[in-house]
Ligand binder design. Structure first.
Ligand code: MSP
Length: 478
């Protein structure tokens, strides 16, 4: 295959409300990968979108007395605006109500036909998860969904089924061999455990129970199960099956929350194998963000509106907190206090002060960097194997810690060197110290580019200029 671009995908959120801080994580992790790889000269396609079908959305629109088409359009626009505010710019955006997506879903269904059969489902269903529940799960949870705190509903329906059993062995082999790499490793183990117990999955619902969805081709009484329609988005957005997608597909990484990994690690690979398409290379499963130690929920009243945080602190502090203090893989906690402490202690003090102090000293002593040092520092991301390894393993919060160690070391160096004192006694030594510190900060700026794009370019502009001048405070204290 020649010139395949890289492809990063994000889960498409349900548009049954406005975005909350949890939704930011998919986009920021994908964007960090996107910026890192484009910075390495790679061509990267970046998909995002909105999941607009299903009963959950339909009921919410009905409850509000709004036509469902208007409701999803309004909320999809909120998500798009939110993504933009995060400084994230996907190259491809899909709404599952796009006519092209719906048409391609139907074509995909027809291609899956050899693995589809009709049967009657009798069992449990969670409308919050839009998911069928096995007897084992029902027993383990005592009949109440742990994520939605709602009792499961009893269903008895004749539906179409997708024969997952045709692909279970192949999926297991691909996961075990890391051909389909699941990160982190403990999630890979969970998936392998779930796979063993995975029954064939019902992939349609009678129209009388689910009217808001893609019609099953050739059967006016059935509508596609929302997950089949939703998972297909990663390839319909590229034009499949009407277009050859081999210059983009397979995805190099798909970013998903831990709650939806099972769909992406079992149903999605089965669909792809049935379609004769390669599997994504990596499924990156992140943890969930809790607020003040509790799961975010409307009933607890602890849902944090990301726009409030962005408005109060600005974009890079938001990206900083969610990419460094929210662990890439484990559940983490958001609190306004932690956010504010990170802003003041780390961004304003560690980094912002260092930039001002150093730029002021360089200006005062007429020190700037020769272009050879600038180019060297600006290639730091390519010349640092430890950093590259963390980035390649998607350990983004750890990579951020690695950069911060450099910030802390530069603060230590400036305090030890005391270039302001040296300037009086040994100007040549002062110049050497300032140059070494300035090139250290340029290196930091280069490494920071995928994480904090604005801050990175500001620092780069200051220390690569032929004449260094102190900038306005990067992180003003309010
Ligand atoms: N529509 C499905 C995904 C279909 S993908 C083919 C869905 N939507 S969702 O709105 O519930 O979730 C969208 C993404 O946000 C998922 O990756 C989910 O894990 C993530 N998060 C939702 N709440 C979250 C937190 N509290 N913290 C971190 N991520 C969270 O599932």
């Amino acid at each position: 295959m020649t010139n395949k671009s890289l492809y990063v995908c994000t889960a498409i959120p349900y548009v049954n409300g406005a975005p909350h801080v949890g939704h930011a994580l998919d986009y920021l992790l994908a964007d960090t990968y996107f910026r890192y790889q484009t910075g390495q000269g790679k061509t990267v396609r970046f998909q995002a979108g909105t999941d607009e079908h299903g009963n959950k959305i339909w009921s919410k629109a009905a409850e509000l007395g709004v036509p469902v088409e208007d409701y999803v359009t309004e909320n999809a626009a909120k998500f798009r605006a939110f993504i933009d505010k995060l400084g994230v710019h996907p190259t491809d955006f899909v709404r599952t109500t796009d006519p092209a997506h719906e048409r391609r879903c139907q074509l995909i269904w027809e291609r899956l036909a050899p693995h589809i059969y009709q049967s009657t489902y009798e069992g449990w269903y969670c409308s919050g998860c839009e998911r069928f529940i096995t007897e084992n799960e029902y027993k383990e949870t005592h009949g109440v969904c742990p994520d939605h705190q709602k009792p499961y509903e009893k269903l008895s329906e004749t539906n179409y089924y997708f024969r997952i059993s045709d692909f279970k062995d192949a999926i297991r082999q691909k996961i075990e061999s890391d051909e389909l790499r699941i990160l982190p490793d403990f999630r890979k183990k969970e998936v392998l455990h779930l796979l063993a117990d995975s029954p064939d999955v019902s992939i349609s619902r009678p129209r009388k129970h689910l009217s808001w969805g893609v019609p099953v081709p050739g059967d006016a009484d059935q509508v596609m199960y929302v997950w089949i329609d939703a998972l297909a988005n990663y390839i319909t957005v590229l034009g499949f099956p009407e277009t050859d997608i081999s210059s983009v597909w397979p995805a190099d990484v798909q970013v998903v929350g831990k709650d939806i990994l099972r769909f992406h690690a079992i149903i999605w690979p089965a669909m792809l194998l049935a379609l004769d398409l390669p599997l994504p290379k990596t499924l990156l499963s992140h943890g969930h963000i809790n607020v003040d130690g509790a799961k975010m929920s409307k009933s607890l009243g602890n849902v944090v509106d990301p726009l409030d945080v962005l408005e109060k602190y600005g974009l890079d502090p938001f990206r900083y907190f969610f990419l460094r203090h929210i662990d890439t893989f484990a559940d983490s906690d958001f609190t306004w206090d932690k956010f504010s402490a990170a802003y003041t202690g780390e961004l304003a003090n560690d980094l912002g002060n260092l930039v001002s102090r150093l730029a002021t000293l360089c200006a005062k002593n007429s020190v700037s960097l020769p272009s050879s040092s600038v180019s060297k520092a600006q290639a730091a991301d390519k010349a640092d194997p430890a950093f590259a390894k963390l980035m390649d393993e998607f350990k983004f919060s750890k990579a951020f810690d690695y950069i911060w160690d450099k910030v802390v070391a530069l603060n230590k160096q400036i305090d030890e060197d005391q270039p302001w004192a040296l300037a009086k006694t040994d100007p040549a030594a002062a110049e050497r110290s300032l140059k070494s510190l300035a090139s250290g900060l340029l290196t930091v700026a280069t490494l920071l580019a995928p994480f904090l794009p604005e801050t990175s370019s500001k620092i780069s502009a200051v220390f690569s200029a032929p004449e260094i001048t102190p900038p306005a405070p990067l992180f003003p204290k309010s």
